[in-house]
Write a protein that binds this ligand. Structure first.
Ligand code: PEP
Ligand code: MN
Length: 394
């Protein structure tokens, strides 16, 4: 789509609400007064420079499921157009075999979809194609059809036998394989799956698609951002992409999740898009129209990762001091807790005194709230401190 067209589209959207690139919601403003250059101004960082999307940022997009040749052709043409506009589109994604949570739903067109992808490969030879493989036979069929990028889905990653079978099937191919997080928030399982594939000589990257908690509202899957962050910390150099579609579960939340992923320095996005999402055979609610995806890309804000100014360093040194004091205070608390443990032993008292714990939790929450802290945070913090205190007294 030419740039001008989606400027127009974004401007139209902005007449009701503009999702600022810093993540803050800006009040409704008059569309008539807004020009394209205003939009660019809103996207500038504090030092005035508008940062482009980094060239090594991976954009992977396409329908949840391959549904027809026409559907794939429309998406491929759209992605090629984005590429021509300079966006780092890496591949078209499309599911051929769909792992559905419950039976009786559309499970993908299988071989028929592979034929369509073969055709797309012939028509768009420069656009890599990517699909989900769950068993070695899938990978074999895909390689024959000329599909060169794969991902392992959340349900498959949860099963080490299946992941090992895939690793054995792809051994020596040297392909890049994207590994989604398992459905449960289990970092070791995620890392273990990547290790199995890496040991088979594959290049591995991770995809964060959220976790299937009982209540992930307002999203479909809970992002639990601390997990992909911890993954990056433990596996230094590992590229971690984000799949905001499966986190969000609804098209209207995809852009905000994508922006958060960029803010947290994820290395790319894997987004579901469909020429007519309302007719999609799987994940209809979360798929974006090509126009909405273009708008999302246009609004994504990239920031500097480093600065030469020393303002931040000065504040960091003060934070270091505050943390040292905090640890000192905690050490004093745990010392008192140990002494209390000795008294409890001598007087034959149980370690956990529920009414006391209840008072501690309520009172600390009140104190912290009076100092402007969030009650959820303080409760979580004191649950953690209390667990350690109980352990020290056992
Ligand atoms: C998908 O990408 O369409 C998919 C099924 O993903 P996940 O394994 O994350 O549910
Ligand atoms: Mn899907």
């Amino acid at each position: 789509m030419p740039h001008f067209e989606y400027f127009r589209m974004v401007l139209t959207r902005c007449s009701t609400c503009f999702e600022c690139l810093d993540g803050a919601r800006v009040r409704r403003f008059d569309m008539m007064e807004m020009t394209v250059s205003d939009m660019f101004d809103r996207k500038k960082t504090a030092d005035g420079a508008r940062l482009p999307m980094p060239a090594d940022f991976s954009l992977i997009a396409g329908p949840c499921s391959a549904e027809s040749l026409a559907q794939l052709r429309a998406v491929a043409a759209f992605l090629e157009d984005l590429r021509r506009q300079g966006y780092p589109v890496e591949a078209l994604r499309a599911g051929v075999w769909k792992p559905r949570t419950r039976p009786g739903h559309f499970e993908g067109y299988g071989e028929k979809a592979l034929d369509w992808l073969r055709q797309i490969r012939a028509e768009f030879p420069d656009l890599p194609l990517m699909t989900e493989v769950a068993v070695p036979a899938h990978a074999e069929a895909c390689l024959k059809a000329g599909i060169d990028r794969f991902w392992v889905g959340a349900r498959t990653v949860s099963n080490p036998f299946t992941v090992q079978a895939l690793a054995d099937g792809l051994r020596g191919s040297g392909l890049t394989i994207r590994v989604k997080n398992p459905v449960s928030p289990d970092l070791a399982l995620w890392i273990g799956a990547m290790e199995r594939l890496e040991k088979a000589g594959l290049k591995v990257e991770a995809v964060h698609r959220g976790f299937g908690l009982y209540n992930a509202a307002p999203y479909r899957n809970a992002p639990l951002w601390e997990l992909p962050i911890e993954l990056k910390r433990r596996c230094s150099g590992l590229r971690v992409l984000c799949d905001p579609s499966h986190i969000a579960g609804q098209a209207r939340y995809v852009a905000e999740v994508a922006q958060l992923a960029v803010d947290l320095e994820m290395d790319g996005l894997m987004v579901e898009l469909h020429p007519a999402p309302e007719t999609a055979l799987s994940d209809a609610a979360q798929q974006l129209t090509p126009e909405a995806f273009a708008s999302l890309l246009h609004q994504l804000c990239f920031k500097h990762t480093h600065t030469n100014s020393d303002r931040l360093e000065t504040l960091r040194r003060l934070v270091d001091e505050a943390d040292r004091e905090l640890i000192g205070v905690l050490a004093r608390r745990f010392d008192l807790v140990r002494q209390m443990g000795a008294v409890k032993k001598e007087e034959n008292l149980s370690v956990l005194q529920l009414p006391r714990w209840q008072t501690v939790l309520e009172q600390r929450t009140e104190w912290a709230q009076a100092m402007g802290m969030s009650p959820e945070f303080v409760k979580a913090l004191f649950r953690c401190i209390h667990t350690e205190s109980v352990n020290l007294q056992r």
